[in-house]
Design a protein around this ligand. Structure first.
Ligand SMILES: Nc1ncnc2c1ncn2[C@@H]1O[C@H](COP(=O)(O)OP(=O)(O)OP(=O)(O)O)[C@@H](O)[C@H]1O
Length: 747
């Protein structure tokens, strides 16, 4: 690492959000541009920087700073420059000159320790002397804090975030409990906090360390979909994470349960440990569902028959008995579930229910868990559907910028019925937030396909509700969509029943290419770049989606993306690039947003009319890189062919290349064509419902490439990985208790 010492004479650019700075430094020998992340505006400061000199293609030689420390200047000219730089409130150039003339090398000492002596200078009174001294001390504090953080190997990027959060208390908070960082600072997890703790000398058995380790284990588990963790799993996981004895972990568990940081409960004879938000959500969802389901609307099946007749004659569809039942039940019950595979008539039912409610002069809200799902149901019903988040009017706290909702128990949703589509994607926390805002007497209709992969977030909401047998459920099993030659829908249902699909029929839309493992990826690249676009006139990046069950491995998403990118969007002189992690992002690349970012600003600039702006890009949204701005350090991405979002370089962890994506990430989306490698993989991952979910993403064409035996294995593997979630147990127990009190309420 190289080192330079000098004074920052000018800041050319500074992003206050992340601290990224471009500045000019004057050393004894040269004037050089310096880039890097700095805690505060460093103009006027004398600093020592560590990093390396690089040659920027456009801006020439620059020093890339990895670490820095500020030092107070020692010679008189530099002291005067520092004081007069505008950094210290109350001192301009002429006052700086006067101070240095009078106090010489002692100027800093006087300002910090004997500020009253500043009054010896003409024009400085009591108030101003104090202001100068206070501002000088604040800078000294920041310097000290930044040094402290860097001495504990905390990168400057995190240092800025940490300082912004704790300000002058930073050192106190961290020396007492560095694990707080993992709770308060986005991006700092237990492992980094633990590294900092060990450099500070926090004991291995510190209660802070143990409770933070337990919290980490529980959160990691919830990220894999579980709402609770079996007690023994948790103890074992924490013991091996922390490298301490079992007794200490169990002691802390008791302590955390006592102080209500976690909840311990016996469920089906098994001790379960919950992180509090998941316990609260599960209990409330159960209570609210039963409460909503218990309303008697005083309306019978016979009352609805005339409405059904009207709908049938208006749509000229002869509704099946099951469809009729689904519609009727949705109107006479407080809560109804409608589940079925593709083409079983769910959309038709949703539209019929809306029409009947409307003719009864009732207001219906239609919503879905993701932006793409809401868009799809809007298109297929012609009715406006919102995301659940938008319907609940999400907002951010000014102080902590945490997500919250305007619609809740104090300001409930003003409607008579709510229909939620793609219910299999709703997790327990979102369901809890939704139910808080539903007042008693509002009907809830939950529509989805329970055989698809469960929600990404924790919980097994739809499946648990159905399995509990406490909420009226209609299962649709007749396929109505039977377009000539189309095998996709039929095959999806075959797969769901454990049967092999029918493929390679002439002029059909479902193909299997038998290939040796070594050739699979090359064949997929060739199909994507050459064969499918030539044969069917598809635009590869827009119409074709490669789906893989896995991230890693030969046929995993990472490898596939690198190969597809090299073939379809290779480097070129005019195309700007940005290295980030495993990927190079290049202008023209197809990318996917991989977390919900409700605050990201987007802009639509129509050819005519006014610019439209809004907020929010969501997990799974796919877009294209249109521009890379090296000076401002930003990447421009266009979603849905119109929405432009600007990503600062330090936010690129929200994007990945998306020529290929995992099946999990494709949930809720549809594509004209899917290509999927069929290779060996861990049986835990290669399940029937994963394959079924992949197939049901395709609208026009499915091409599978690989080894048939592995497809057979996937279809036979109906062992759905168990999710630890107790919503069904709670629903069953609550209803059993009610039954004892009021027989017949839930018949
Ligand atoms: N009773 C019926 N008789 C004849 N055709 C029907 C009937 N019900 C639905 N259809 C038709 O079947 C097709 C599939 O129905 P619909 O779109 O409602 O199913 P879906 O379950 O929503 O499908 P997906 O989940 O794939 O969107 C549509 O073209 C619809 O018009």
């Amino acid at each position: 690492m190289e080192t330079l010492k000098g004074m920052i004479v000018e800041t050319i650019f500074r992003n206050d959000e992340n601290g990224y700075t471009v500045a000019v430094m004057e050393t004894e020998d040269e004037v050089i541009t310096v880039t890097g992340t700095f805690g505060t505006d460093i103009a006027g400061e004398t600093i020592i920087i560590y990093g390396k000199k690089v040659k920027h293609p456009k801006y020439g030689e620059q020093f890339q700073t990895e670490m820095y420390e500020t030092v107070l200047p020692s010679n008189i000219d530099q002291i005067e420059n520092y004081l007069g730089s505008g950094l210290i409130k109350g001192i301009g150039k002429s006052t700086a000159k006067k101070i240095v003339e009078l106090f010489k090398e002692d100027s800093f000492d006087i300002i910090q320790n004997k500020p009253e002596r500043l009054m010896e200078i003409e024009g400085i009174g009591d108030k101003k002397a104090n202001m100068i001294s206070k501002s000088f001390s604040e800078h000294a504090d920041i310097r000290e804090i930044m040094m402290f953080l860097q001495n504990h190997d905390i990168s400057t990027g995190y240092s800025v975030k940490i300082y912004k959060k704790y300000e002058k208390n930073t050192i106190k908070v961290i020396t007492e409990n560095p694990y707080k960082l993992s709770e308060d600072i986005y991006g700092i997890g237990f492992k980094l906090a633990d590294k900092i703790a060990s450099s500070i000398g926090i004991e291995k058995k510190s209660p802070y360390r143990i409770s933070s380790g337990i919290r980490y284990a529980l959160i990691e588990y919830s990220l894999r979909g579980h709402t609770y963790m079996p007690y023994d799993f948790l103890v074992n996981a924490t013991v091996s994470l922390l490298g301490i004895d079992r007794e200490s972990v169990e002691d802390e568990l008791r302590n955390m349960a006592f102080t209500e940081k976690i909840h311990i409960e016996t469920i089906n004879n098994e001790r379960a440990v919950y992180y509090i938000p998941y316990h609260t959500a599960e209990v409330n969802v159960c209570k609210d569902l039963i409460n909503l389901a218990s309303v008697d609307f005083n309306i019978t099946e016979t009352d609805i028959i005339p409405y059904l007749k009207n709908v049938e004659s208006a749509t000229s569809i002869n509704l099946s008995d099951k469809q009729n039942e689904a519609i009727v039940q949705s109107i006479i019950n407080g809560v109804t579930v409608i589940t079925g595979g593709p083409g079983t008539g769910k959309t038709t039912i949703i539209l019929s229910i809306i029409e009947i409610f409307e003719s009864m002069h009732k207001t219906v809200f239609l919503c879905a868990p993701t932006g793409r799902a809401a868009k799809r149901i809007t298109e297929s019903t012609g009715r406006d559907a919102k995301t659940i988040h938008r319907m609940l009017e999400y907002t951010y706290g000014e102080v902590d910028s945490n997500l919250s909702f305007n619609k809740d128990e104090n300001s409930p949703l003003d409607c008579d019925a709510i229909i939620i589509d793609e219910m299999s994607m709703v997790d327990i926390l979102l369901m809890n937030n939704l139910l808080k805002a539903v007042k008693k007497g509002t009907r809830l209709v939950l529509v989805g396909d329970v055989d698809q992969l469960p929600s990404v977030g924790a919980g097994n909401v739809l499946s648990d509700i159905i399995n509990s047998d406490t909420i009226k459920t209609i299962r649709l099993d007749t396929i109505f969509r039977q377009s000539a030659g189309s095998m996709i829908v039929q095959n999806a249902h075959r797969i769901n029943k454990g049967e092999m699909p029918v493929y390679n029929k002439q002029d059909a839309d479902f193909f299997f290419m038998r290939e040796d493992a070594d050739d699979i990826v090359d064949i997929i690249v060739d199909l994507y770049v050459n064969r499918l676009p030539l044969r069917y006139a598809y635009n590869p990046v827009k119409d074709i989606q490669v789906l893989s069950p896995m991230k890693k491995g030969e046929a995993g998403v990472i490898e596939l993306n690198l190969k597809l990118q090299a073939a379809i969007n290779p480097p070129a002189k005019h195309k700007k690039e940005k290295f980030f992690g495993k990927y190079i992002f290049r202008v023209g690349d197809k990318v996917m947003q991989i977390k919900n970012n409700y605050q990201a600003q987007w802009t639509i600039e129509p050819k005519q009319g006014n610019i439209v702006t809004g907020e929010g890009v969501y997990n799974g949204d796919i877009g294209f890189i249109t521009f890379i701005d090296e000076t401002e350090q930003e990447i421009y991405v266009t979603f849905d062919e119109e929405k432009e979002v600007i990503y600062p370089f330090n936010q690129l962890d929200e994007l990945i290349l998306a020529y290929a994506t995992t099946v999990h990430k494709s949930q809720g989306s549809e594509f004209p064509v899917i290509i999927m490698p069929i290779v060996w993989g861990p049986p835990m991952l290669l399940t029937r419902n994963l394959f079924y979910t992949a197939i049901t993403r395709a609208k026009n064409l499915v091409v599978l490439v690989g080894i048939e035996k592995f497809m057979q294995d996937m279809i036979s593997n109906n062992k759905i990985d168990r999710r630890y979630s107790a919503l069904n147990y709670r629903l069953e127990s609550l209803v059993a208790n009610y039954r004892m009190l009021s027989e017949g309420l839930f018949e």
